[in-house]
Design a protein around this ligand. Structure first.
Ligand code: ADP
Length: 517
């Protein structure tokens, strides 16, 4: 309350005291004690407005009584000693009441402030408490969830203290090692270690003391029934709330099956490796055999061929008709045998006489093949078209050979129409796919693999001459370069021979394994 208002209130209360006195006097007569209505006014003023308004009310009431009530009325002054003493006592009592009431008021105000402050503090403490309870609840829930996760984990999760004594043991650990929690908790962890690995524990503890984690190290643990279980272990230090190392937690994962699978894989790999080596050795032997056989057969065959040709030249028409036929058949046989042996020799040389694959323009190799075949092309009237061809990584001579064989076949196995042959290429899976397409007689689906095998033919020599070696040589050449060859065909409509070769910059793994000898 503003000061002025407090003093105003004090004067108002004095006026009310006067009014009450006047009203009571009318009821009870002039014997009404003089100060009876002014004491309450002073007390109320002090209680409500404070010490000074109380004092003001005391003085105002005294002046009022002196002026209006005590004789001489209408002026300030005292006639009788008793009135003076009364007025003095009233002033003293008023002052005393004012001070006491004012003190009471101030104390009460102070107390109220104290109570308000305490209430606020209590309120705050209460809120903090609520928050802490909520946090604790959350922490408890999180702990319960963690516990559930640990319990339901497939892995064995174990904790131990710094003395190496097992402290917790989940269901996964029970499944893996056979011990129930109640029988193993409190036991030394070394019970789970095979004798030859007893030192492992000390080393783990040493590393944990340095705050290190031990992750995925493969080891062996002993189950309750004595079984040795291969596990992958991850170990981390456990600390208390103040950060002190109190133990370690271990996660053990059963890797027996993984190990078995790895072992099986290793064995299969070894076997494969052995087989591959055996195959390579056999191949080499066969190659050597084919080479030696065909090479060494050439000499006597040349002699036989020479004598048979001499026989033909000297005695043709001089003996009887039968003898002529025999001689002709012998010449034919020798010629064919020479062709077969030459083919075989060529076949055996693909791996041993090839050059190291190098960047080569496929277009140039094709051009050379066409030049070698120009007689055949002219005679057959074949129409040959070629797209621009890429640069590939190959032995140029062998690539020419492949084109030559495929185009010669396309002309040889032509249908009743003019042979039309198209050579093309496209990029595929980081390598080059090349093809030779014809409109010839085509190939039945069941023979599409067989024609690449040596000496395999689909026709008699009278229908179509040949040795059945050409495609097998093509296959060896393409495979030597790390590529693949196959045919797509519609009988009566033509065939397309496809083959792949590595790009110029990418030597294929197997393309350089055999080099010129
Ligand atoms: P050859 O041509 O000496 O018979 P190849 O190894 O070159 O031997 O061919 C094997 C067989 O594949 C041929 O006898 C033939 O039946 C078939 N063949 C090859 N090329 C074609 C082709 N372009 N069209 C139809 N058949 C073919």
């Amino acid at each position: 309350m503003p000061r002025l208002g407090q003093y105003g209130l004090a004067l108002l209360l004095v006026a009310l005291g006067a009014a009450a006195r006047w009203a009571l006097m009318r009821l009870v007569g002039p014997e009404l004690p003089l100060y009876i209505t002014f004491y309450p006014a002073v007390m109320l003023a002090a209680l409500i407005a404070g010490v000074r308004p109380g004092l003001l009310a005391t003085v105002a009431a005294a002046l009022f009584m002196d002026y209006w009530i005590l004789p001489p009325r209408g002026e300030f002054g005292i006639e009788r000693l008793a009135d003076g003493v009364g007025l003095a006592i009233f002033l003293l009592m008023g002052a005393f009441t004012s001070v006491v009431a004012g003190l009471y008021r101030r104390t009460r105000g102070h107390l109220e402030e104290l109570v308000a402050a305490r209430t606020a503090a209590l309120h705050q403490a209460n809120e903090q408490l609520q928050q802490e309870i909520a946090e604790r609840q959350q922490a408890q829930e999180a702990r319960a969830q963690l516990a559930a996760i640990v319990e339901s984990s497939d892995d064995a999760i174990i904790s131990k203290d710094l003395d190496g004594v097992i402290r917790t043991w989940n269901a996964g650990a029970e499944r893996l090692l056979g011990y129930k929690a109640e029988e193993i908790i409190g036991q030394p962890i070394t019970r789970l270690l095979p004798p030859e690995r007893k030192d492992e524990e000390a080393e783990i503890l040493r590393r944990l003391r340095h705050g290190e984690y031990v992750e995925h190290f493969e080891t062996v643990r002993v189950a309750k029934d004595g079984r040795h279980v291969e596990v992958s272990a991850s170990i981390s230090p456990l600390r208390d709330a103040t950060g002190n190392l109190v133990g370690a937690s271990k996660i053990l994962r059963d890797i027996t099956k993984l190990k078995q699978a790895q072992e099986a894989l290793r064995r299969v790999n070894e076997q494969l490796q052995e087989q591959a080596e055996e195959l390579a050795a056999t191949n080499k032997d066969l190659e050597q055999f084919a080479y030696v056989a065909s090479h060494d057969l050439q000499e006597p065959l040349r002699a036989v061929g020479g004598f048979v040709t001499l026989l033909q030249q000297r005695y043709q028409g001089k003996l009887d008709e039968k003898a002529d036929n025999y001689i002709n058949a012998a010449v034919d046989g020798v010629t064919r045998m020479q062709a077969l042996i030459n083919g075989l020799l060529e076949y055996s040389r693909v791996g041993t006489r090839g050059n190291v694959p190098a960047p080569v323009a496929a277009g140039a190799a094709l051009q050379e093949a066409l030049e070698n075949l120009q007689m055949l092309i002219r005679e057959s009237g074949a129409l040959i078209t070629a797209d621009p061809l890429p640069t590939v990584r190959a032995d140029a001579n062998q690539l020419t050979h492949v084109f030559q064989n495929l185009i010669a076949n396309a002309i040889k196995f032509r249908a009743e129409r003019t042979p039309e042959i198209q050579v093309g290429s496209r990029r595929q899976d980081g390598a080059w796919l090349l093809w030779v397409r014809d409109n010839g007689i085509g190939i039945e689906p069941q023979y599409r693999e067989r024609i690449f095998t040596i000496f395999q033919r689909l026709h008699t020599r009278t229908q179509y001459p040949g040795t059945g070696i050409g495609l097998s040589i093509c296959k060896r050449i393409v495979e030597r370069h790390g590529g693949r060859i196959w045919v797509e065909s519609q009988p009566g409509q033509g065939s397309t021979f496809h083959f792949t070769l590595p790009d110029k910059g990418e030597p294929h793994e197997s393309s350089s394994e055999r080099e010129t000898h």
